[in-house]
Design a protein around this ligand. Sequence first.
Ligand code: ZN
Length: 367
Amino acid sequence: MATGFLWHEKYMWHDTGSGAAANVEPGEHFENPDTKRRMKNLLDLSGLTDKLVRLNPRMATEEELRRFHTDDYINQIRELSEAFGGFAGPQTPFGRGSYEIAKLAAGGTIVATEAVLSGQVNNAYALVRPPGHHAERDLGRGFCIFGNVALAAMHAREIWQVERIATIDWDVHHGNGTQQAFYDDPNVLTISIHQDGLFPADSGKVNERGIKEGENFNINIPLPAGSGNDAYSAAIERIVTPAVMSFKPQLILVPCGFDASVYDPLGRMLLTSESYRGLTTMLLALANDICDGKIVFSHEGGYSKRYVPFCGLATIEALSGIRTEIADGGIRDDLPGQELAPHQEALIDEIAHQVKQAFLHNSGRLV
Ligand SMILES: [Zn+2]
């Protein structure tokens, strides 16, 4: 049993600026290096890093970027990066040199995926930056420049001939970019569990289910604000698990954000590090059942400097099966609101019903 861990110091050099805006005093952008660096520091301090298989990223090539992104968009990012930086899109500033760093994030997710597909490791965690799941074909959004997980899935399909891939995104925001990348593709099942209406405000609804051949191969689970451990567990147990079991992917990719944690400044969910440990254990069991344990996590959002490190540690502990002696550093561990509330259960069961019908339809169509 070996878990790969991918990291590079250059990820911390992606410069998102001072966060200044109209009437906002210059300080720190929400997406700054600290949460990720502190997560890496805690992994080191716990002794866990030493027990993982170190993976080194490479930059994605322009040819690899073009599998998803347009030439114009790639050129625009490169030219701005060679000058003094700029914006990849709304909310997505970057500094000089970020073109190379964003290619290193996409390439890092590709390297981690290849390490799992080749059997070098059983599973892997890529602690990359900038994140990727909001990046669209020709537009950066939500702090994301290139679609790290979308590009890794396209690489696995094209180079490794992986027939079917499932992505399970639990960042608190909707994985709109990954959804767009495979919206008409029946070979990649894209699933996103997120806070309803948070970001992007106009996407992530239940009725966005894919088009053409890809119809019914996109699943959105927009949970209401205030969802805790049991709502997330129920969503995975009642919706994600049966969908993935009937889809039978050979690989699972997880756009992994920790901004559904109770301490996150940009989300209003209630997960704790123990929730992430439990949810990771569920996804690992699913991967073991369906695709020989082949699962790759790629880091997305998560903005609590204090708490992201503990969520990340618990996740990688569950992934590797190695428990360290580091205790959760949250403010309290008996937070209320973790039980499944009736309005949450009604929504989850309704989506589960729709997905079951859709997959009955899919299997009929495929036969
Ligand atoms: Zn997010």
